[in-house]
Ligand binder design. Structure first.
Ligand code: NAD
Length: 523
């Protein structure tokens, strides 16, 4: 605990915490107090006066004002700002990772990985700032030029979840900034210090670069009402919201009511198909990292294993002893692989899901609440495997056999449902049968199966992997998913286009006025 207070001190976060940051100006909010409670042992890391929906108005005004100046600063100069932000994250990487570990409960390796993700997206965005290309299109009219330009969009509202308390903001902010948009961030109320640490890093760069309008970066720590105010704000043309599907549904409807744009990154229910030709050793490693990493609290966590019936018992027999010896405990301690759940509510959800899985025919291994050999005051659990018999087998063909509805839901905890299949088509059908469509994978050495999984008739997800688990994406690819995952794409590839508006230009350099489609309209 002393160690984390020292780290917070170095980042300027151990006293006078302010819920609202506009550039390098901080102020308290007007709502009640909110505390940052470490999931490791329940320690209160800091307390601040949260913002209310009313506090959002001056932030919107400052961001709108900043946009007028920011949009005309050349994109490569905006990229220089982002490059410096990334470098500051490089310098502070261990301290920032420690804040993630203490506030979100990630093991040190994964917390360092999250800060690295911030650095990587800043590098990506700095390069991108010289590549915001538009197309030139052949005009059907003589002596005309048809082309498109990409322009800054306006202030972007960013609502984020607790489980990636820095990276998701960075995926949005780094791209939005090079695209010429100010960012207003409403972080999860469960991880306010991670957000304030990021804002402090940005503020230190703003101090060095006086030509940049400080309100390009704002943070507002508050509850749901702050998120709702952002969703309703006409000043914000784009709201990027990451979190549960229920949250996304609520935000999307509010944004749509004012005809704004929303970019949704919502819940996943990610599957892996294991076929008879799979490399078993590789498969086991991929399963364990994807299913128990971050204690099952990644949007891309592996939740559904779909295994060929000939292989299922063997896979489970190999997984069970691995699960039994997982080092579970303090995520700040070297060697720990599974840290705590974020809070008690997460355990109640896990317990209820396992009870339903049992009632629906699953055999459950693990899934106990741990009280010994773990820090007191945290919520530690043994990851669970819930294995269902083959569909249509004697165990499931009895009248009144329950459906496996629990498998269709995302429970944000380390539960791995195992389902068995006979034919490849059945595996794909099972895989695609859930409402969510984020990440997916197939473990196979059969080229035909691999290509079929990646084809139009294969996985219906936004992320489709072969011989790689569903979890742990690189920033260079577009990240996001289909169906109830919301359809948004962030991070790499051409996701930047979400943060700009496209103008199509037709330029006539002739002395005639020919109309498109050959229309004659002579006066
Ligand atoms: P959550 O939905 O409870 O909260 C996310 C954020 O939304 C928080 O900042 C919260 O205050 C805000 N919020 C909640 N209701 C709101 C409303 N009605 N209007 C406006 N804002 C609202 O999610 P969580 O528990 O913090 O995170 C876990 C969830 O996030 C999981 O479902 C996980 O899959 C998902 N997630 C998705 C991705 C992705 O990229 N697809 C990434 C990380 C997490």
């Amino acid at each position: 605990m002393d160690a984390i207070q020292t780290v917070l001190g170095r980042l300027g976060l151990n006293q006078n915490l302010s819920a609202i940051g506009i550039g390098n100006c901080n102020r308290a909010g007007s709502a009640g107090p909110v505390s940052s409670r470490s999931p490791i042992d329940g320690t209160i890391l800091g307390t601040l006066q949260a913002a209310s929906a009313d506090d959002v108005t001056p932030v919107l005004e400052a961001a709108t004002d900043a946009f007028r100046r920011w949009r005309v600063i050349p994109a490569p100069a905006r990229g220089e700002f982002v490059r410096r932000v990334g470098n500051r994250f490089r310098e502070l990487k261990p301290d920032l990772a420690a804040v993630i570990t203490w506030e979100a409960g990630k093991i040190t390796q994964e917390a360092l990985g999250e800060v690295q993700e911030v650095i990587d997206i800043c590098d990506f965005a700095a390069g991108l700032s010289r590549q915001l290309y538009g197309l030139t299109i052949a005009s059907e009219r003589p002596l005309h030029r048809l082309a498109e330009q990409w322009h800054p969009l306006g202030p972007v509202g960013v609502i984020t979840a607790f489980n990636f308390p820095m990276a998701v903001w960075a995926w949005n902010a780094a791209l939005a900034w090079v695209c010429g948009d100010p960012v207003i961030w409403k972080p999860s109320e469960k991880t306010p210090l991670c957000a304030l640490a990021c804002q402090a890093v940005v503020a230190s760069v703003l101090q060095e670069m006086s030509d940049i309008p400080p309100a390009v970066s704002s943070v507002i720590v508050g509850m749901r009402d702050v998120g709702e105010r952002l969703a309703d704000a006409a000043e914000i043309p784009l709201v990027s919201a990451t979190g549960s599907t229920a949250m996304g549904r609520a935000v999307a409807q509010r944004v749509a009511a004012r005809l704004g744009r929303s970019l949704l990154e919502l819940g996943g229910n990610n599957g892996m198909i294991v076929t008879p030709s799979a490399d078993l050793e590789l498969t086991l490693r991929a399963i364990v990292f994807s299913a128990v990493g971050t204690c099952g609290q990644r949007c891309t966590t592996l939740r559904r294993l779909i295994v060929h019936e000939d292989l299922a018992d063997k896979v489970i027999d190999r997984l069970v002893p691995i699960y039994d010896r997982l080092p579970i405990g303090n995520p700040a301690q070297p060697g720990t692989l599974v840290g705590p759940l974020i809070d008690e509510a997460a355990w109640h959800a896990m317990e209820a899901a396992l009870q339903r899985a049992s009632a629906e025919g699953a055999t459950v291994h693990g899934g106990r609440r741990l009280k010994e050999n773990v820090p007191q005051g945290g919520t530690y659990v043994q990851p669970a495997i819930a294995s269902f018999p083959l569909r249509g087998s004697a165990a499931t063909s009895l009248p009144g056999t329950p459906t496996r509805s629990i498998v269709h839901e995302e429970t944000f905890a380390p539960i791995l449902y195992v389902q068995r299949y006979r034919t490849f088509d059945e595996a794909i059908e099972l895989h695609n049968s859930v409402p969510q469509g984020l990440a997916s994978s197939i473990m196979t050495t059969d080229m035909r199966e691999a290509e079929a999984f990646c084809s139009a008739a294969g996985s219906d997800c936004g992320i489709v992997n072969v011989n790689v688990g569903p979890s742990g994406a690189e920033i260079g690819g577009a990240f996001g998913g289909e169906k109830a995952t919301g359809g948004g794409r962030e991070s790499g590839s051409d996701s930047w286009k979400n943060y700009m508006r496209r103008a199509t230009n037709t330029i006539n350099y002739s002395t005639q006025l020919p109309l498109a489609q050959g229309i004659q309209f002579d006066v």
